[in-house]
Every structure is written in C-alpha cells, then in structure tokens.
Design a protein around this ligand. Structure first.
Ligand code: ADP
Ligand code: ZN
Length: 739
C-alpha cells in the first residue's frame, strides 16, 4: 500500500499536491475519493488522483479526513481513465481530470441554495385569513397564492405576488409559513417549455435498423452498429426510439453530437421526447448549470445525457446505449492531453460496460467502414430520405474555363449567378459555402512573388476587409496592410490580394444582388453567445435570402426552403497537406449538399472547382460513397495508412530551430530501436506548419498495428529522455490533424 497520496485541491491551482496517508485511512482511500487536507493556514477539500511512495516535497502534511463514502468517479469510469492514460500516452492525473469535469472537482460546484416557503396548517384557517385580509392585504394575497399552489421558492412567490421579502417575513412571524433553505436546480432551458413529442411511425428502413439494434441491446454485450444514412433519412428518430427501448429496460443512454450541431434545435428534439430524464452537458452552460446537470446523472435522477465530446464520460448509471452522431466529425478529437477521440472512447466504454454503441453518419469515416468489412461492426443503412424526397442534383463547374467568360463575376460562375437569381425570384433560399473566412487569403506581390506571412507562424496572413487589417489565423496576430511590397529589393506598390474568403464572397454577392438579404456566418460573425442562434433564427423565419458560411453551416441543419447550395471553391480543403484531404472534402461536400432540398422542392447543388477531375469531387457528383471508399481504402492499404495502421504523431516544439530539430532527432534515435519491425517511422521533419506562435515544430510519424505497445514505449521515453529546457514534446495517438 502506498504511503503518499496525490491530491488535487479544490482551489483552481491546476496542479497536484502530495499528502501522507494517515494509518486509519490506509484502506479507505481510492482514486476519486474526496478528502479534506490542510492547505496553508486552512483546510480545503480535494480529490485523490494518484498514489506514490516518494515525494519531492519535504515536510509533507497528512490527509485530515475522507469526505463521503462514495468516490465521485465510479469503478467503470476509473477503468476508462486508466485506459485513456495507457492508450493515449497521458499521465493518469490528466486522464482523471478529463473524466471528472472541473466544475465537479472545484469549489464552484455546489447546488444553489434558495429560500423556500412552506405554508403551515394555519394557512387553511379561513377565519384567520379573513382577519389577515383586513389588517395586511398584501400578506393575505401572498398567502392565498401559497395556499393554492403549494410550497415554492421565495423568489417565485414574490414574482407572482409582486411583493417584497418583508411580506414573507411578516407571514412567518404570524406562523402562516415556514421559510427554510432548499436546493434549487438551475434550469439550462431557462424555463422554456418544450412540447412533448410522440415516437413517429417508422419508415421501412428505419424500422429495419431499429430491429437490428434491439437484439444488440437485449444481449447486454458490447456491440457496435454503424448506421449509415443519407442526410435527411431520419437517423435521429432511430436514435430516439433506441434510447426509448433502453429506457424501458431501466437503463441509461449517452448521445454525443459534435459541438457545432449541439444547437437548441437539436436538444429540443431529445427534450421533447424525454423531458426531465435528459441532462444536457455542453460548454455554453454556466458552471452552475453544468454542475447540476452532471449531478442529476450521478444521482440517477436523469438517465440520458446529451452533449459534445466530453459527454462520453457522463456519469450515466446502468449504461445501455451510446449514440455517436456524425461519427466522422474531427471535432470528436480532443486537442490537448489526453488527445482522445470520443468515438473511440465510446466504443471502449461500451465494451467495458457491456453496452450497445450506435455510430451514425451520412459519410462514415473510413476507419468505421473498415471495421464493418472486418466484421467488428455491424452495418445498417438508410438509403432514402424520409418521405422519399429526392436527393439534390449536383453540378460541377470547372472554374478554369469559367474565368473570363461572359457572365462570370469574380468568384461566381455564370451558372451559379443565374441559379441564385432564380431562387430570389421564387422566394426560395440559398446557402453558399466556402471553407475559409476573411476577405482574401493572402497578400501577394505580383512582381516578386512575396507573400505577407506571420513572423510567429509559418502561414500567410489573411486580409480582413471590415477592419482593414491582416490577421494570423493561428496565433491571432494583427498587422497593418502594407501599401507596397515589403521586400526591400522590390517595394512594388501593386501589392494585391490572392484567394477568396467568406468576406469577399459577401461583398461581391451584395454587389450582384443589391436587393437580396445576405448574411455571413463564420467565426468572425458569431463571437457573441447568441449570435449563432440569432442568425439561424433569422434564416429559418425567412428574413435572410442567402446565407454564406464556413463549415459552421454545413452540418445537420434542416431548412426546408433551401433549394440551392453553392460551393464557391471545393479546392480549399482538397489541397491541404494531409492524406485525409480527399476524405474530408468528400465528407464536407456531401454534408453541404445535404442542406439542399429538405422540403418538397428538389434541391440543386453547384460545386465550383479548379480540379473537377479529382476523385473526391467526382464521387460527390455521383454521390458514390462506395466507389470513393474502395479507391481510397486501396490507396490507404498500399501506403500503410489508417485504417490499416494507427498513426502516432510526435511533435517537438521549441524557440530555437536548431535545438528543436536536434532534440527531435535524438528522441527518434531513442525510440526507434525499441519498436518492432511492424512499425514504420518517418521523420523527424519540419511540420507542415513549420513555425507557430514563435515555436519551431518538428514531427515524427509512427505508423503501427500495435498501438498500445508503441504508446507505452513513447510514454516511458518521454519521461526518461533528457529534454533541453524550453523544448516541448506532445504525443498524439490516432492523430487526425497532421499540421
Ligand atoms: P438525419 O438525422 O438522418 O439527417 P433527421 O432525423 O433529421 O434525419 O430527419 C429528417 C426529418 O424527417 C425530420 O424533420 C424528422 O422529424 C423527419 N422524420 C424522421 N423520421 C420520420 C418518420 N418516420 N416519419 C415522418 N417524419 C420523419
Ligand atoms: Zn501567427
């Protein structure tokens, strides 16, 4: 048994402290146990995150006592935390912090205590009431509210009676009411009522999918089902009914959706069906709300959790089902240690807790499809849209031929311009998509080829027109727009903009269609908390004719009046220095295309591109998921890339280019001899973004089939390797971004 416990105290210090375990507590402490420890001149609560036999700190103090008998992290979640630490090469402390939300670990997490008013038996005494009516009419009104509606929070009574608190105290003095403290649940829905909905009569394919899922749930074994359903095929209804089925067996569920799709609209669909049984976990909640929602699950008052990535750790009791919607989404990957992928964690948690996992998508990841081929996952398909709405027609426009042609205006081809005009005439709506914000991509000198770059990061600066400045999209640095080429030997004044961003699209669009209501939606226009909902609300109600946006508008939205989707340049994602660029482009374009024609009119999609013959673009045109996947899988197999190998990305960063490169070199030399032949190591080489925020970046890429083993070797070496000062090394297992 260890003698020292590592404790994270409830002060936001973001580090652990060592404490001696006193004899009497020796067998009673576990990771996750809450304890009281001396801290400075006072005492504070903390959580045990680890054990040790040695400590670097002299004069350790003892743990004072244990709080509660039940650790905040149950056995299953603790096991999952250890898996996270092992698989993702992360310290266990870090993994535990990931499993337990900070609002629960830290002090701010308390139920809100409120004054609560309870009428006594005197309140129903009519003679006394009549007497009160004469002497203190305000008190009488307040009391009659309480008598009619029963006990309630002081705040609510006063709102109804429009009285002051002294009225309540007066009633208390006369013995008509008792006032005490009660826990008040904060309501993230702000009292907004959602109409209850009933399960819909399922379409044939939906029913078949559900029939396939039910035996999985009954078996109580961990089984994974990939639900591949085209956009608008009614996947959500299948989730809802599967959750219902699980609920009938007195079990709980978790629903994961990408942060960006976790809109009030989305939550309402679940809330309408499950009411109070649903807890919502997402980053827009206040910390108090987040605390209460988590507690409701922990205490078994709610049985269903819906949330983004981290909701995969929700303390749902007796877990029967995990749904991962849009399973291909890259936002499921955490971008700090442990760099977990919520879909993969969901599958692991499912296998640990013997529960069913449904992965849903219109464009599944190659990883998941390969698991279908290998027999690990089962497949269910929804090939038809609900009500058999036709899939939109897709046209590809070759911009190489278009430019300079009559009717083509800068970023708009003749066809797209005409198509927009038709929608305006018919009072239908249009969505325009471009995966790049800002005005122009970069400033380029047409004479010497100089490109204005960020001096902290090796990327070009993006021009933002409204504020007339250049911004770095990596570090946020802002600089003035030079009026001549900064290259001393050139100084040409004809410095011009190259590339197009959403701002530019907006400007040109307003010029082309001065009477149309145009709105842009990207990271620059949605900085306010409610901006996002506001814009979507306006679009839904028809106040906006044309919505321009980045990938923010690509997902899961259902706007029946949108009959045209235009992709300004499909090439933006296609030419990323990443082997997944084709897959990403295919997914993104398919998702965007899915926004068209969700109502009764058949939708049209126009894709503008400079590389019309690219397999990903052609596959989108034909809506040929299988064909694209076959080709892509062939190429991945040949090159030993995911899903045929796991990809481990080690990034070494430092201010000195030379030292960083050298450390990366030495680290590679340290690990390579320990890896088996089955692993392929490339690098170190400069990262595609070779410098960011002033740090040089070098990468080592390991492709392997034995991830756990490699992960262990890397984790060990990270600790034993002597890193020079100010050199940082991060490990990303199953990396999704190679930049
Ligand atoms: P997906 O998630 O596959 O894109 P949705 O679940 O959003 O599709 O379904 C699209 C629309 O069809 C929604 O408005 C939904 O309410 C409706 N819908 C789904 N299933 C049915 C059904 N069985 N009968 C009638 N309408 C349905
Ligand atoms: Zn920068």
């Amino acid at each position: 048994m260890s003698t020292i416990a590592k404790v994270v105290v409830e002060l936001s210090l973001d580090r652990e402290f060592d404490y001696i375990i006193p004899g009497p507590l020796k067998n009673d402490l576990h990771i996750g146990s809450q304890v009281v420890v001396p801290f400075g001149h006072r005492e504070t609560r903390g959580y045990i995150v680890g054990f040790s036999d040695i400590s670097k700190t002299p004069n350790l103090k003892e743990i004072k006592s244990r709080v509660g008998t039940k650790p905040l992290i149950n056995q299953d979640l603790m096991k999952l935390a250890y898996w996270l630490a092992d698989y993702y090469a992360s310290p266990i402390e870090q993994a535990i912090k990931t499993v337990l939300p900070s609002v629960i670990r830290k002090k701010e997490g308390r139920y809100k205590q409120q004054l609560f008013v309870i009428p006594t038996s005197l309140a129903s005494d009519t003679t006394r009431l009549e007497a009160l009516q004469k002497k203190a009419p305000k008190q009488a009104t307040t009391l009659s509210i309480l008598r009619d509606q029963g006990p309630m929070f002081a705040q609510q009574v006063l709102q109804l009676s429009r009285g002051t608190f002294s009225v309540l105290r007066g009633l208390e003095d006369k013995g008509f009411v008792k006032i005490g403290h009660e826990t008040m649940m904060r309501d993230p829905f702000m009292g907004q009522t959602v109409l209850p909905t009933q399960p819909l009569e399922l379409m044939l394919e939906q029913r078949q999918a559900l029939d396939q899922i039910k035996p999985f749930i009954d078996s109580q074994k961990s089984r994974v089902m990939l639900l591949h359903g085209v956009t608008g095929s009614g996947k959500t209804e299948v989730y809802l009914q599967a959750i219902n089925y699980v609920l009938d067996q007195k079990k709980g569920s978790i629903v994961l959706v990408p942060e960006i799709s976790l809109t009030p609209q989305m939550v309402e669909r679940f809330r309408g069906r499950f009411g109070d049984k649903l807890a919502v976990l997402h980053s827009h909640l206040s910390s108090g709300e987040r605390h209460d929602e988590w507690r409701k699950l922990y205490e078994g008052k709610s049985h269903i959790a819906i949330g983004a990535r981290s909701a995969v750790f929700a303390p749902v009791k007796n877990l029967g089902l995990i749904v991962v919607d849009e399973e291909h989404e890259t936002s499921y990957k955490q971008d700090k240690t442990p760099r977990y992928h919520a879909r993969d964690v969901a599958v692991m948690r499912g296998s640990m807790e013997g529960c069913t996992v449904i992965l849903g998508s219109a464009t599944p990841s190659l990883e998941s499809y390969q698991n279908v081929f290998s027999g690990k996952y089962q497949l269910a398909r929804l090939d038809h849209r609900v009500d058999d709405h036709a899939m939109p027609s897709i046209r590809i426009i070759d911009m190489r031929h278009e430019l300079g042609q009559k009717g083509c205006v800068e970023v708009f081809s003749k066809d797209l311009t005409e198509a927009i005009q038709i929608r305006l005439d018919r009072a239908e709506q249009t969505i325009l998509f471009l995966n790049r914000r800002g005005f122009a991509t970069s400033l380029i000198c047409s004479k010497c080829g100089y490109v204005e770059k960020c001096n902290q990061c090796s990327v070009s600066m993006t021009y933002h027109k409204q504020v007339n400045e250049l911004r770095c999209h990596i570090c946020g640095k802002v600089s003035r727009v030079p009026n001549q080429c900064p290259e001393p030997t050139c100084k040409d004044p004809a410095f011009r903009m190259a590339g197009v961003g959403t701002q530019k699209v907006e400007v040109v669009l307003r010029r082309l269609f001065p009477h149309a209501a145009v709105q842009r939606m990207d990271a620059d226009t949605t900085t306010g908390k409610y901006a996002y909902d506001q814009i979507f609300g306006d679009f839904r109600s028809g106040k906006i004719d044309i919505l321009i946006g980045t990938q923010m508008i690509a997902k899961g939205l259902h706007f029946p009046n949108v009959t045209l989707v235009g992709v300004i340049f499909a090439d933006t994602t296609l030419h990323m220095p990443d082997f997944r660029a084709g897959e990403r482009t295919f997914q993104l374009l398919t998702q965007v295309a899915g926004r068209a024609g969700r109502g009764d009119i058949v939708g049209e999609v126009i894709v503008q591109t400079y590389t019309p013959s690219h397999p990903a673009i052609q596959a989108v045109r034909r809506m040929d998921f299988e064909g694209f996947m076959d080709q892509e899988l062939g190429f991945r197999r040949e090159l030993f890339y995911p899903p045929f190998a796991h990809l481990i990305l080690v990034t070494v960063e430092g201010v000195s280019e030379e030292k960083t490169s050298f450390s990366a070199e030495m680290f590679t030399k340290a690990i390579v001899p320990k890896l088996q032949n089955s692993s392929v190591v490339t690098g170190p080489s400069p990262a595609p973004i070779a410098k960011a925020k002033g740090f040089y970046r070098f990468q080592i890429l390991v492709r392997t089939k034995t991830t756990r083993k490699v992960s262990e070797i890397i984790k060990e070496n990270l600790l034993t390797f002597t890193w020079p000062p100010k050199i940082k090394c991060t490990v990303d297992i199953d990396a999704l971004s190679l930049l």
